[in-house]
Design a protein around this ligand. Structure first.
Ligand code: ADP
Length: 574
């Protein structure tokens, strides 16, 4: 009941009973109680008001603090952060994003996100592109941001989507301008280095090729002279000339090879070859020099080593020639032994251990690693005393490694060295007793090419002379064509039994001339063609075979090899 109503009712009772003191006292009591009550009530109201104000202030302060904290973080983050709503309209951007875009938040708020993306028409197009990349496990994509004044800023972008108030997408941008600049510099430097390396490789290749041409002539002429009967002294001089020029050619080939290996341009053959015969030939070719020094040269082939295997005979010859050559070079007494031991035979493959063991000067332990590096020799006096470039072992090691082997050496100074490696070969189907060369031995009589009509396609007059000299000696009927064009004309005008075709010639080269002959429908289309190549590289050989040639001989040609190759191709074609 309200105080006023109560007082009204009490006043009415007092009018009714004016003499009753009891009521007066009651009235006073009630009045004072009300006063107390109202005071308490006021106090309570005031404290509630105060408390709620305090709570409100506290809440506001807390909220402001939190807001400031988030703003500070967003402001400090180096990545740009953009929030968008469901439709892709920009809600907020942090200061890094403002910096990247080159505009204030107020200028981009409510714009569609795609307006700041250079490569996307719509927000949906951007999202689909992003999720397509996400499916490929790339959670960042590179985009160009249309910055101020047409500038496009490369950025890495990631996207998070969720529902919170009106925000649906957070886009994080990272400016990668500096990284792109560094990348461009690296690419440019890499290209420069590659260009320089290509120029070096081309220079070496051209130089070696240019040097090879006169070398071919020297070796060819020496071969011609050696055929004749001279007195012993002249023969000795000719043999020295032959040895030195062949040695020089090996060095030139080493430089060419090294170049090829460095450029990663080396391929390996997988052909049937007679391993035992190959090793025997290598030993045979070093016999003269070893015996001259009083050094024994021996072979120790385990009977379990198969005669025929499948692999790259050319490269194996190169490896063994280098190791046996070094062994002979660095040994003054005792022996050089080439040992072959089968290791593991698994399925259709066999691992063979090759060891070249000498009793020569040996190599100090500290130098044993160094000698495998290019242009390294174990001692500085080596070049003076023994010659060499220090390239041989570097090439040999690489050739072995490219075939999954490993070249190692064990050596003791003044006792000798053992260079060893193991290579895997595929077992061959050729029976063990098959002859390596069907025409082996034919060279002894040199009368099987008599009357053969040969077209020699060669632009170099000295090479024409050298080849012509041998072909005439074998009583062949030789016609010369100076280039591919002349060859094509002569083939149409006359009948030939075989063509010897140089590859690099001015005008129409050997490949083109061969293709022209093979593509015709005349009788001469199947005429055997032997390529005369300047390099022994497999790529060149493959190119020649692909152009339709039947075989190839490397210049400077070994007369016996040329003779046997002509005979072999004649035998096969008849
Ligand atoms: P080089 O053309 O100088 O022979 P290599 O790469 O073939 O180049 O050999 C590098 C060096 O390794 C040689 O100069 C020599 O010091 C050392 N070397 C190689 N083979 C032997 C060996 N059988 N005995 C002693 N030293 C050797």
């Amino acid at each position: 009941m309200s105080r006023r109503l109560l007082e009204k009712q009490i006043a009415r009772i007092r009018e009714k009973y004016p003499e009753e003191e009891f009521f007066d006292r009651l009235f006073e009591k009630v009045a004072s109680s009300y006063v107390d009550f109202e005071r308490v009530q006021k106090l309570k109201d005031r404290s509630i008001r105060l408390m709620s104000q305090e709570l409100h202030d506290l809440y506001r302060a807390q909220e402001e603090k939190q807001q400031a904290f988030i703003s500070t973080i967003l402001g400090k983050i180096v990545d740009g952060i953009i929030t968008c709503n469901k439709a892709g309209k920009i809600i907020s951007v942090n200061s890094s994003a403002e910096h990247i875009i080159g505009k204030d938040e107020s200028e981009v708020r409510d714009l569609e996100l795609s307006t700041i993306l250079a490569d996307f028409e719509t927000y949906d197009e951007f999202l689909s592109h992003y999720y397509l990349n996400l499916a490929k496990n790339e959670n960042q994509i590179e985009v160009s941001i249309s910055g101020k004044a047409e500038a496009q800023i490369p950025c890495e972008v990631s996207v998070s989507q969720f529902e919170m108030d009106e925000v649906s997408t957070i886009v994080i941008l990272r400016d990668i301008t500096e990284r792109k600049k560094v990348e461009a510099i690296i690419i440019e430097e890499k290209e420069k280095a590659e260009k320089a390396s290509r120029a070096k490789a081309e220079f070496l290749s051209t130089m070696s090729h240019e040097i090879r041409t006169p070398m071919n002539s020297i070796i060819g002429m020496t071969n011609i002279l050696i055929q004749d009967d001279f007195d012993e002294e002249t023969m000795n001089l000719l043999n020295t000339l032959k040895f030195s020029s062949e040695h020089l050619l090996v060095l030139i080939n080493d430089i060419l090879d090294f170049n090829k290996i460095e450029a990663g341009k080396i391929e390996f053959e997988h052909i049937d070859f007679n391993l035992k015969e190959l090793v025997e030939n290598i030993n045979e070719s070093h016999k003269y020099r070893a015996n001259e020094k009083g050094v024994q040269i021996e072979l120790a082939i385990d009977p379990m080593v198969p005669n025929w295997v499948v692999g790259d005979p050319g490269r194996l010859s190169q490896i063994l020639t280098n190791l046996v050559g070094n062994a002979v070079k660095f040994t003054t007494e005792g022996s050089v032994i080439t040992r072959l031991t089968p290791q593991q035979k698994e399925g259709s493959t066999i691992d063979i251990l090759f060891e070249v063991i000498d009793t020569g000067i040996g190599i100090a332990e500290g130098k044993q690693k160094l000698i495998f590096e290019s242009f390294s020799q174990s001692e500085t006096y080596t070049t003076r005393q023994y010659g060499g470039t220090g390239l041989g072992l570097a090439i040999t090691k690489k050739l072995i490694e490219l075939q999954n082997g490993h070249l190692e050496v064990t050596s003791t100074p003044r006792i000798g060295s053992n260079f060893h490696f193991s290579l895997q070969f595929t077992l061959s189907n050729t029976p063990d007793d098959a002859l390596a060369k069907p025409v082996a031995g034919a060279y002894a009589t040199q009368d099987e090419l008599v009357g053969l009509k040969i077209l020699l396609v060669e632009d170099n007059p000295i090479n024409q002379f050298v080849a012509g000299k041998f072909l005439s000696k074998w009583k062949c009927d030789v016609t010369i064509a100076e280039n591919g064009h002349e060859a094509w004309e002569k083939v149409q005008a006359d009948e030939f039994d075989i063509i010897l075709m140089d590859l690099q010639m001015p005008g129409k080269n050997g490949f083109e001339a061969t293709r022209e002959i093979r593509n015709s429908d005349k009788v001469y289309k199947d005429i055997p063609i032997i390529a005369l190549t300047a390099t022994a590289f497999l790529e060149e050989k493959n190119r020649a075979l692909k152009a339709g040639m039947n075989d190839f001989v490397t210049k400077p040609f070994n007369p016996k090899e040329l003779y046997e190759k002509i005979l072999k191709n004649m035998t096969h074609s008849t």
